[in-house]
Design a protein around this ligand. Sequence first.
Ligand SMILES: Cc1cc2nc3c(=O)[nH]c(=O)nc-3n(C[C@H](O)[C@H](O)[C@H](O)COP(=O)(O)O)c2cc1C
Length: 345
Amino acid sequence: MTTLDDAVFDAAVAAAIRAPSMHNTQPWRFSRRPDGIDVIADDSRRLAVADPSGWAVRIACGAAVFNVRLAFAVHGVTPLVRLRPEPRDPYLLARVTAGPPHQPTSIERRLYAAIPRRRSNRAPFAPQPVPADVRAQLLQTARAEGTWLELVIGPAAVGAVAEIAHAATRVLHRDPAYRAELATWTRPDGVAVDGVPADAGGPSPEPHHLLPRRPFAAPGSSPDPGVEPEPLVAVLGTPGDLPGDQLTAGQALQRILLTITDAGLAASMLSQPIEVASAREQLRISLGRYGTPQMVLRIGYGPPGSPTPRRSPAETVANPAEPVTGSTDHTGSGPTTPRPAVHRP
Ligand SMILES: Cc1cc2nc3c(=O)[nH]c(=O)nc-3n(C[C@H](O)[C@H](O)[C@H](O)COP(=O)(O)O)c2cc1C
């Protein structure tokens, strides 16, 4: 067993908490082990309405795992990752332990440096296209993580994805509980340590927008500076849709987002067409792909994005005296339950 230095553990948690999460719920906890770190789903922070199966928790925690991997690597430690190391514990999502000494690569250093600069950027992007070499890099990045990325090319294909996303949004917003939950996580005053502040919410959604935005901003609160003519739309997917696949998707998502940030580009995520089972299936068919779409991304050149808050690392690290797994409000549809075939009308 290789002992993990406190400094590396601290760096890993500081990096992990910068991962994206749906509505910025930050549904993770971290537990110190002599040789590494456990990444645990915090089921009390799962979105009960929007995330009944725990899919979004696993995407977010997977993204946190990727940041832990980078923190280990740049501190000269090989990260050894085991997903679901104790299969009977549905909340223990990953264990990252210290392997042999590692010489960090320049890419690892650059991606690690991009962690604090990465943010979801919902502002309209410039018409300038995403360069071909960056597109190729993104495809390669997805493959390296065992996932696929489909770049949606051309107005007809982008329009089809947009229509699926709008239809899914309409389905979701018919549910008052969904709207209420979203409102709970929207922070007009920007003082909370979680949720999405209005500044980061981008322009309020307008019917003429090509892609549906989440209404994090108060209606009319930020002027709508227009619509990008043709953003690069990409869909990230996995061969399967078990909890391990979703954790893999989260790691790939974060690696892609950091690669985008490192290239000087911006991105935002759209998960409405993933949340509605029928829309997700339509999306898969429209892409002609096997497997499961896990996230839709919008990529381009944007103005500087606004940061979102985080709880402090100390708030996310489990006290060694308390149990770190299990949940106080587990309803039986917890985070390892595969996504139900249909969980929305
Ligand atoms: C599973 C998942 C689903 C998300 N869905 C959306 C979405 O549909 N629309 C959106 O604007 N942002 C979405 N986000 C981005 C989060 O709102 C964002 O990560 C969070 O507010 C933290 O902000 P940051 O990414 O700037 O750190 C999603 C993120 C995750 C991990």
